[in-house]
Every structure is written in structure tokens, then in C-alpha cells.
Design a binder for this molecule. Sequence first.
Ligand SMILES: Cc1ncc(COP(=O)(O)O)c(C=O)c1O
Length: 392
Amino acid sequence: MSEDPTHNDGLAVETRLVHAATGAGATLSAQTVGPPIQKASTVLVPDVASLYAYDRPSYGRQGLASQHALNAALCDLENASHCQLYGSGLLAATGALMSVLATGDEILVTDGVYQPVRRFCDGFLQRFGVITRYYPSGATADQIMALATPKTRLILIESPCSLTFELTDVSALTSAAKQRGVITLMDNTYAAGFAFKPLDHGVDLSMQSLTKYVCGHSDTFLGSVCTRRDDLWDMIKSTTVDAGFAVAPEDCYQGLRGLRTLATRFPRHGESGLALANWLETREEVARILHPALSTHAQHELWKRDYTGTGGLFGVELQTMPSAKVETFLNALKLFGLGFSYGGFESLAILSKPTRTASPWTGGPLVRLNVGLEAPADLIKDLEQAFEAIRA
Ligand SMILES: Cc1ncc(COP(=O)(O)O)c(C=O)c1O
């Protein structure tokens, strides 16, 4: 076995290689613009007493530099005192539900909720004895509260709904829910914690998929739940610890990177989206645009009251036409990719299929557009040539 004659401290090469990365170079402290990406399951502590000292990280699952930096930044963004990160937006929603619900509880959920959350409620929660009832999307606070029973523990708001874009009067609902001791959880992915601040409107748990606008590049899964309520925070935290939820340091770094440009990107998505929505409203192939920032939206006044801006996501209800023509239109798009998600830099389109029971979708074929950061004029040309394709 060959030995390094210079720095071997009398140790064999196997030992030196195992301990190589814990030397002085590993703790080099240089000022960088982002936090270090600390990759660790094990966290070394200085002495035995520190193994069980809970005022400092003692295991990597609790998160290290980049997780803590993202946490602090999201508390700032959402005016929150606590933030829990999750490995995806879906897990943020389901993790929050798992944290605060118990067998025998009932929950009221908007009919337009993100479909995988609906599946979780109807499957997983039901198996554990939690009953979900759906309220019509766009219902008033009074209509929603009229569905509450003494067993109602939580109301889940998604406003606007991400396929059909109905709004909820969040302040009215949260103040009525508080009087009845009902927790409110809001999926605020649409506004990214930027154009609408749920906690300022009385929401108890503000959840978002950071995968969308915050990360902004369609390449990272993350979710968050923010709150000001210490009692709910204790439940969120203990479920996270008990269930073993953890987020990767690289993903949190990407989340922080996205946050830095959110205030620049989000309004740009919004302006371009409105340019396209206004143009689409003039097209004979279009029956209706579903966009809360347009004066033609049924709840536009509510949007104006509560929102400081809009992103680039909206629905396009086409005139009644054979489904083959709708497919031809979507397949003809060149700049819009066909794919789920939104909030990324690139434009996307999907054929929407709302799954609803309390307020079934009765309109025409529904397409959802995520307007990215391309030049709006180019995107309009793309839509124009796709409309030409269905005329042919
Ligand atoms: C409104 C809404 N909530 C939650 C999610 C889930 O987020 P993720 O893809 O990060 O799991 C999505 C994803 O499309 C969404 O649109």
C-alpha cells in the first residue's frame, strides 16, 4: 500500500480518503451570493451533549443552509412567522391536510381544486375517516359556510381555481370560518405569494407550489406552507418530523434563485398574458376568456379589490367544435409547448378537463394557456397560425 509521505499523520490511505473532505477545504468560508449547498444526512456535533440539543440542526433532514435561507425568504414574502418546505406543491397541500386533520373530521373543498388534491381527499383521507364535501367554485362565503357542520374542521380554498378561474372572497370566508373555529387552507399558487398574500386576508395556512412561479424554470419540484399560527405550526412541524418529509438542498437553492427574479418575471407574465387574452377575445373561434384581470370576468371587481397583479395563466373557452378540431389547434402550436404546469419561462398549453361534482363544467372546449416570457407578438402569431390550421 503506498503512503503519501507529506501529510499522512501516520494514517493508512483508506482512512485518509474517508476523512479527506472534512479537512480545512471543506469548511472554507468564502462570501458567495447564494448560500452554500450543504449536502448532509449526518451533521457532526462538537460533543455528546450537542447530540440531543434541539436548538441546532443535528440531522440533515431538518434542512441546512439553503433550506433555512429559502424558509426565511418565504416568511418574508408571505408575511408569515413560520414556513414549512415540502418536496412538491402536491405534498405541501397533502402534508398540511395530514397535519391538522383527524378521524371524524369533515372538510369543505372547492370543487375546482387541483385534481390530485381531490384524489387525495377522496382516497387517502377517506380511508382514515375524514369526509370531504365539495362547494361550488365561485360560491359566496355565506353559501360555503351554510355547508359547514359541527364536524367541519377545515375549508380548502383555491382561488382562482387553476382550470376555471373562479375566485373566492377570501376575507369574507376567513372571518366567517374564524367565528366557527374552522381552519382555512389556501392554495395560492396562482399568485405565488406575490400578487396576493393569503395571511393578510385571514387565511390560517397559505400553501403554494413553488414549482411554478417561484422556481420559474420548469425543472424543480418544491412546495411551501406558511402560517402565523403557532398552534398550527406545531402540528405542521411534528407531522413533518414524524413522517420524514425532507427537501433537497439543491432544490432550495433553485427556489432562492427563482425568488430573486420573481418580482420582475411575474408582472411580465401578466402583461404578456393580458395582451394575448385581449387579442383572443376578438377571435370568432373563442367563446369566452377566463381571466380574472379582464373586466369581462364575472368576479373582476373582487380581483381588483384583492390582487396587486396577475400572472400569465388563463383559460380559453372555444366555440363548440368537434374535439378533433380542438386537437388540431393544439397540435399546430409551435411556440406553446403541450405540457402541464405553469409559471415557467416558456409558454405552455393544455386541453383542460375539469373534474367536478358540485358545479359541473357546462361550457365549450376549454384550453389553458401559460404565457411565458417570449415576445407577445410572436405568441399571437403562433396562435393565429394554429387557428388557421382548424379552418383548413
Ligand atoms: C393549483 C396547484 N396546486 C398544486 C399543484 C401541485 O404542485 P407540484 O406540481 O409542485 O406538485 C399544482 C400543479 O400543477 C397546481 O396547479
